[in-house]
Design a protein around this ligand. Structure first.
Ligand SMILES: C[S@@+](CC[C@H](N)C(=O)[O-])C[C@H]1O[C@@H](n2cnc3c(N)ncnc32)[C@H](O)[C@@H]1O
Length: 391
C-alpha cells in the first residue's frame, strides 16, 4: 500500500450540531465528496488538503484517515485486519504510539481490548519486519491510532492531528467556564455573522468568542501558530508542501475594519482575555472593556451580539431567573438594531429572557444540553416582550 500518495478518504470529527458548518468549511477549502455524518464529516482529501484542513478548519476537532474497514466475525478479526496494514511504511519504529478506541458489543465488552489488539498487531508487524517496535506513550504520543468498532464493523484510522484541534495555543489562561474553541467558532459560524457588522460579546470570560471572531474577520487560520500535528511524524511528511500550504494561508490573512468587542464584569477575566488575544495575535484588533452587561454602552449602528451567560452551574448566580430577566431587559433597552444570540445551558432561566427567539439551535456544552437562541432586537422589541416562552 502506498500511504497517501494520491486521493484518500478523510473524516473530520466535530461536536453535535456543528456538522453542517464544518461541511461548509471543508467545501470552501476544496474538499470533495463531502458527507455529513454523526458528529463528523467525511470527504476526499489529498496531502495538501490534509495539511490545510488541520491548519485552518475552525470547527474540526481532529482529522482521521481510515486505513482499514472490516467486517468482524470475532474479536481476533480486528487483530488480523490490523496485521494487514504495513505500519512500517507509515512511521518509524522510534516513534511513540497510542491507540484510542471505541468498541461496542457483541465482540468487545470494553474498548481497551480493541485497542490492545491493534497495539499488538502494530508491535508484531514492526518486530517481524525490523526486530524493533515502537513504544507506547499515553500522554504525548508521536503517532495516534483510532479504532472504532460498531457492532460487527471496525474502522482502523490514523489520526492526522494528534492533539485536539481546539488546542489552538492561545488560551493558556482561562476563567471558570470557558467555551471550547471549536464550539465557540461553530457558534459564530452558525450565527451567520457577516464579518462586517460590529461583533460584541459582553460576557466574554476568557475571550474565546471575540478571539475566534477576530480570527474569522481577518481570515487567520486558527492553528497557524501550532507546531505539533501528528502528520509531521509520518514517513511521508512533505515539509516543502506543508510550508507552501502554510505560507499561502499566511498570505491570505487580511486587514479588517470591523469592530470586535469583548467585555466582562470581572476584571480578572478581561486581563486573561487580553493575554489570550496577545497569544492569538489579535490583541491590537479586539477591544476589551471591564463593565457589567447592564451598564455597558454598545456602539451605535448595527450590531451582532453573542453572549454565553452563566448557567448557575460552574458560575453561580444569586438569582439566576432575575439575571436572565435583566439580560432580556438590557437587550430591549440598549441593543436596538442588534442580532443577539444567547448560548445557554440553563433551560429554565432562558425562558425569563422574555423575548421570543426566532431560532433555537440545540448544541451541547460538554455534557450540558444547551441552546443557541437568536433574538432580533429592533425598535419595537420593547413592546413585544413575552412573559412565558415555550421550549
Ligand atoms: C460562562 S462565562 C463566559 C465564558 C466565555 N464564553 C469563555 O469562553 O471564556 C460567563 C461570564 O459572564 C460574566 N458575567 C457574569 N455576570 C455578568 C454581568 N452582569 N455582566 C457582564 N459579565 C457578566 C462572568 O464574569 C463570566 O466571565
Amino acid at each position: 500500500m502506498d500511504f497517501l500518495n494520491d486521493k484518500f478518504e478523510c473524516l473530520a470529527k466535530t461536536f453535535f450540531g456543528l456538522e453542517n458548518v464544518l461541511a461548509d468549511e471543508i467545501e470552501l477549502l476544496g474538499g470533495t465528496n463531502v458527507k455529513i455524518l454523526n458528529r463528523a464529516v467525511g470527504f476526499t482529501c489529498d496531502k495538501k488538503l490534509l495539511y490545510g484542513a488541520n491548519l485552518s478548519l475552525r470547527t474540526a476537532l481532529r482529522i482521521l484517515v481510515p486505513l482499514a474497514k472490516v467486517n468482524l466475525s470475532d474479536a481476533k478479526d480486528l487483530y488480523k485486519a490490523a496485521m494487514k496494514i504495513d505500519w512500517t511504511k507509515i512511521f518509524n519504529f522510534d516513534k511513540t504510539i497510542s491507540v484510542n478506541s471505541y468498541a461496542t458489543e457483541p465482540f468487545f465488552r470494553n474498548s481497551n481490548y480493541a485497542a490492545l489488539l491493534v497495539k499488538d498487531a502494530i508491535s508484531d508487524t514492526f518486530t517481524k519486519k525490523l526486530g524493533s517496535r515502537p513504544d507506547v506513550e499515553k500522554r504525548n504520543p508521536d503517532i495516534v491510532i483510532d479504532v472504532y468498532v460498531n457492532q460487527k464493523q471496525a474502522v482502523i484510522s490514523i489520526d492526522a492531528s494528534g492533539d485536539s484541534l481546539h488546542r489552538r495555543g492561545y488560551r493558556l489562561e482561562k476563567n471558570l467556564a470557558p467555551l471550547n474553541e471549536v464550539l465557540a467558532a461553530g457558534i459564530i459560524l452558525l450565527s451567520e455573522w457577516d464579518g462586517k457588522t460590529t461583533f460584541i460579546d459582553s460576557m466574554c470570560g476568557s475571550g474565546t468568542l471575540p478571539i475566534e471572531a477576530a480570527m474569522i474577520a481577518k481570515n487567520i487560520p486558527p492553528n497557524l501558530r501550532r507546531k505539533n500535528f501528528a502528520f509531521k511524524q509520518w514517513k511521508n511528511f512533505d515539509i516543502f508542501l506543508y510550508n507552501k500550504v502554510r505560507n499561502t494561508l499566511k498570505r491570505n490573512i487580511s486587514d479588517s475594519n470591523t469592530r470586535v468587542i469583548g467585555s466582562d464584569v470581572d476584571r480578572e477575566a478581561v486581563t486573561i482575555s487580553i493575554s489570550n488575544a496577545e497569544r492569538a495575535n489579535v490583541d491590537d484588533y479586539v477591544e476589551f472593556y471591564v463593565a457589567p452587561f447592564e451598564e455597558f454602552s454598545p456602539p451605535d449602528g448595527k450590531k451582532h451580539l453573542i453572549i454565553n451567560p452563566p448557567y448557575d452551574e460552574r458560575i453561580k448566580k444569586e438569582d439566576i431567573i432575575e439575571f436572565y430577566k435583566m439580560i432580556g431587559n438590557t437587550l430591549k433597552n440598549t441593543y436596538v438594531d442588534t442580532t443577539a444570540w444567547i448560548f445557554t445551558g440553563n433551560n429554565i432561566a432562558r425562558k425569563a429572557i422574555g423575548l421570543k427567539p426566532s431560532r433555537k439551535i440545540p448544541l451541547y456544552n460538554g455534557p450540558i444540553e444547551s441552546r443557541l437562541l437568536k433574538f432580533e432586537i429592533y425598535e419595537g422589541s420593547r413592546k413585544k416582550s413575552v412573559t412565558d416562552e415555550p421550549t
